[in-house]
Ligand binder design. Structure first.
Ligand code: ADP
Ligand code: MG
Length: 320
């Protein structure tokens, strides 16, 4: 069934819930919001284009989840509580089945974080999805990229490289993004690619503790490069400490897994720096709100990102 634009918007509106701080939601020329007193608004936008940011055959529910997940991950990396946002859709055609499945994935994640859709735009064109997400963070408590200090530890949540590994397997024809597979190794990697988990609770727990933070969207070395540059420090990474999942090592071998972890994007884990004095407390702080945290390096004076402890091919030894 093909929908007229207003019917399509109505289908999306019907799925979005209210919130006390939404004065006016979807339906007028603009939404009206009442931000919390004493808070800053954290604002981020990310676009996913079909065939560029996800394989064109990706199921709409997975596209819906990921479209929002990449944006909520940016809010997590700022230590912000997700609040509201908009959705700009460019669709080649307006099929009710596609919209409903997209909404299933999108609102499953939105509802889990009390994030509310308060507007958007709908146009005809190549499949492209763009979210602008707003979060709130108490004055002065945002996690920025520019606060790392020489002597700080470097930490990362969860495991790295899984999404890039999944993409590699997909390119080789060894992973089908469109269906669940009984092979637990492949299925784990598939989920990591299609259903990334924004580390919201961890971002909130790190307020007041982390000196700098980013989410790992472009690859560990690239994203750590942002911290190094913004903070005007050097970052040393002990590659023997980088957390790799068992499925990733099984699928790609140790070298292939490490390569994905260092250079692959789309993991949406949090990478952050924190004073050494917090080393013991960070473990208990994060318990229950994130996958395990791993200490992977240290901040020093200087510039760039430097890898230590890698005995494989050259190229990882120095990265700046
Ligand atoms: P306008 O022409 O005034 O910009 P539209 O007709 O584009 O308004 O949209 C009508 C209402 O529907 C607006 O409140 C807008 O924010 C909302 N809207 C449009 N597209 C979407 C979408 N994809 N998701 C959520 N809300 C949308
Ligand atoms: Mg208008």
């Amino acid at each position: 069934m093909s929908l007229a634009e207003f019917a399509l918007i109505e289908r999306i509106r019907a799925r979005s819930k209210g919130r006390d701080d939404i004065v006016l939601g979807i339906g007028d020329d603009a939404a009206l919001l009442q931000p919390l007193a004493g808070h800053w608004l954290a604002v981020t936008a990310d676009t996913l284009n079909s065939g560029v940011h996800f394989p064109a055959e990706t199921r709409p529910a997975d596209i819906g989840w990921k479209t929002l997940a990449v944006n909520l991950s940016d809010l997590a990396a700022m230590g912000a509580t997700p609040a509201w946002g908009t959705l700009a859709l460019s669709l080649p055609s307006a099929e009710a089945e596609w919209i409903d499945a997209f909404a299933d994935g999108f609102f499953a994640l939105a509802d889990a974080h009390d994030w509310r859709l308060i507007g958007g735009d709908t146009t005809r064109g190549p499949l492209s999805l763009s979210v602008t997400a707003f979060g709130q963070v108490p004055h002065g408590q945002a996690l920025r990229r520019d606060g790392a200090q020489a002597g700080d530890d470097v930490w990362v949540s969860g495991t790295l490289g899984d999404a890039a590994g999944a993409l590699q397997l997909w390119k080789r024809g060894e992973l089908d993004v469109t269906r669940i597979t009984p092979d637990p190794t492949i299925e784990f990697l598939r989920q990591r690619l299609l259903r990334p988990t924004p580390r919201i609770a961890l971002g909130l727990a790190l307020r007041g503790s982390a000196s700098a933070a980013v989410d790992v969207s472009d690859g560990l070395l690239a994203d750590l490069g942002h911290i190094a540059e913004s903070s005007d420090v050097a970052v040393r990474v002990d590659v023997t400490q980088i957390p790799l999942s068992v499925p990733l090592r099984r699928a790609l071998g140790d070298d292939g897994a490490l390569r994905c972890a260092l250079h692959g994007g789309d993991d949406y884990e949090l990478c952050f720096t924190a004073p050494r004095s917090l080393r013991t407390t960070l473990g208990s702080l994060s318990r229950g709100v994130s996958p395990p945290l791993t200490l992977i390096g240290a901040v020093s004076t200087g510039t760039g990102v430097h890898c230590e402890g890698y005995s494989g091919p050259r190229g990882y030894e120095h990265f700046s």
